[in-house]
Design a protein around this ligand. Structure first.
Ligand SMILES: O=C(O)CCC(=O)C(=O)O
Ligand SMILES: [Fe+2]
Length: 224
C-alpha cells in the first residue's frame, strides 16, 4: 500500500517537520495502495453523512462535506483499519515526529473519511484533538485553482492566524500524504471552486503515549 521514504530521506523530512509542523509526503501511497483505498472510499462514501453547519467550538468556521467516522469505517473496511495499524507506517511517523507515536483509542476519531464534492465545499478553520494528523489523498482537484488546498500557519494555533501573514497554502495530488502537528497548528481546507471537482482524504490521527481523550466536541459533531 505504501511507498516509504528511505532512511536518509526520512532524516531531512524530520527536520522539515520539526521546523514547519508540516511535512509533505508526495507519493506515499503506492499505485496499488491508491487504487485499493480509492475503491474503499467510493464504497464507503455511500454510507457517509452530508454535513453543512458551523462548528461552535471552532469560531463558527464552516463545514461543508460528506464524512464517515472511524467507528463506521472499522465495521466496513479491514483495508483501512489494517493500514492505520501498520507497523512500518507507525515507525515512519515516530521517526518523523522524533518520539514514539501510538494509535488513538477513540474509535470515532482515529481514522475518518472526508469528501468535498460540491462547489464551495470546505473544511473550515480548526485545530485537532490529537497531536498528529496523517492525511492521505485519494482524490484532489488537478490544479490549485480548483481549491481544496491545505492552509496552515506553522507558528500559531489561534484560528485568526489563517488570515495573517505567514499562512501557507499547499496543493496535493492523489496518492500524496502529509503529516501535520495538528493540535497546535491552525489549519483548514479552502473551498472547491467549481462543479465536477472532488477532494477525498483519509485522516489518520495519532498520539503520544499517555495522551488519550478528545479535548473538544468537534469530532462528535462532524463524525457521529
Ligand atoms: O483534509 C485535510 O487536508 C485536513 C483534514 C483535517 O484537518 C481533519 O480531518 O481534521
Ligand atoms: Fe484537522
Amino acid at each position: 500500500m505504501l511507498s516509504l521514504p528511505s532512511p536518509t530521506h526520512q532524516q531531512s523530512l524530520r527536520r522539515w517537520f520539526s521546523a514547519d509542523r508540516y511535512v509533505a509526503l508526495p507519493g506515499l501511497l503506492s499505485s496499488t495502495g491508491l487504487a485499493t483505498l480509492g475503491a474503499e472510499a467510493r464504497r464507503l462514501e455511500a454510507e457517509g453523512v452530508r454535513r453543512d453547519f458551523r462548528m461552535p467550538c471552532m469560531a463558527d468556521s464552516p463545514r461543508h462535506m460528506t464524512t464517515l467516522g472511524g467507528h463506521r469505517i472499522a465495521d466496513a473496511s479491514p483495508a483501512i483499519t489494517g493500514l492505520y495499524e501498520d507497523r512500518q507506517l507507525r515507525r515512519l511517523l515516530s521517526s518523523l515526529h522524533g518520539e514514539a507515536v501510538v494509535a488513538v483509542h477513540d474509535p470515532v476519531e482515529r481514522h475518518v473519511l472526508n469528501v468535498l464534492h460540491r462547489p464551495g465545499d470546505t473544511h473550515g478553520a480548526h485545530t485537532d484533538d490529537y497531536p498528529l494528523a496523517l492525511v492521505l489523498f485519494l482524490e484532489a482537484p488537478p490544479s490549485p485553482v480548483g481549491g481544496g488546498l491545505l492552509e496552515f500557519h506553522p507558528d500559531r494555533s489561534d484560528l485568526d492566524a489563517l488570515d495573517a501573514p505567514g499562512t501557507r497554502r499547499v496543493h496535493h495530488r492523489p496518492g500524496d500524504g502529509y503529516l501535520l502537528r495538528s493540535d497546535r497548528t491552525a489549519h483548514r481546507v479552502t473551498p472547491l471552486t467549481r462543479p465536477g471537482l472532488r477532494r477525498t482524504v483519509l485522516n489518520f490521527a495519532y498520539t503520544t503515549p499517555g495522551r488519550q481523550g478528545a479535548t473538544t466536541s468537534s469530532a462528535s459533531l462532524l463524525y457521529d
